[in-house]
Design a protein around this ligand. Sequence first.
Ligand code: SAM
Length: 284
Amino acid sequence: MTKLTSPSEIEKLMRRYDLRFHKRFGQNFLIDENILNRIADAAEISLSDSVLEIGSGIGTLTQALALRAKKVTTVEIDTRLIPVLNETLSEYNNIRLVNSDFLRCDLSDLGFSQDESIKVAANLPYYVTTPIIMTLLESDLSIKRMTFLVQKEVGERLAAKPGTKAYGSLTVAARYYADCEKCFDVPASAFMPKPRVDSSVIVLTRRPATYEPADKKVFFTIVKAAFLNRRKTLINSLMGNTAYDRETLIAAMTAVGIDPGVRGERLTGETFAELADQLTGKIK
Ligand code: SAM
């Protein structure tokens, strides 16, 4: 059996299938066995679990997950990798391989039943990390625990506290749905080819929201707009990036007790929700 964490074996496999690593798909494959096992450990998978993986690559993490889970559904965008995966995953009878762009596929087509409890584990392609995480957080699937290998900077943003440089719209949006915990850092040398940046393993645990804005769309619009120009004050960011006028924004901020001169990074999710409630239905 091919040892998928061995760089020379990967090279042989790629040569045999006449393949090259595709940067545009974020193809950095894991070659560190220890890190691989630590990711599978962090995912807390047991033999009764259904697992969803996004980005199968050549099946390195898929194999490690399949050894621990009841079943693994793995989604890979790159059609050229499918024959490789058919080979590397051929000895496992609990893997379902889906050749699709995860961001375009209908999640209800992935074969999970409505109330099936799912754990997600993935070494995410860097260029679509945020949309993939937000799609999973917003989905109707019964996902509890999500373990991701992401760029270190994204991990810092997800785990950031208000008032810090890393705190932003991704922090507030993700934490509306889940708690975030950073597990450990992963050096660039754990991948082939080596990315330019270090990475981190993070775990998102989904839970019911701790506050409920009257209109989620208004809430997410305000959060996004507040961080589009980080150097501007909240009032100027919202005036520049939403349809609310100055008068309406000042009245809403005053009602919530927010200083209009503050920057968005000072506000917690709860305060953004209160502000959004004041603004709901107020576009002139
Ligand atoms: N899981 C493998 C590993 O750990 O070695 C590969 C991880 S690699 C960082 C990311 C993988 O995601 C690549 O195989 C890439 O082709 C795939 N990918 C990129 N965009 C995708 C998308 N939108 N949907 C599904 N897979 C995607």
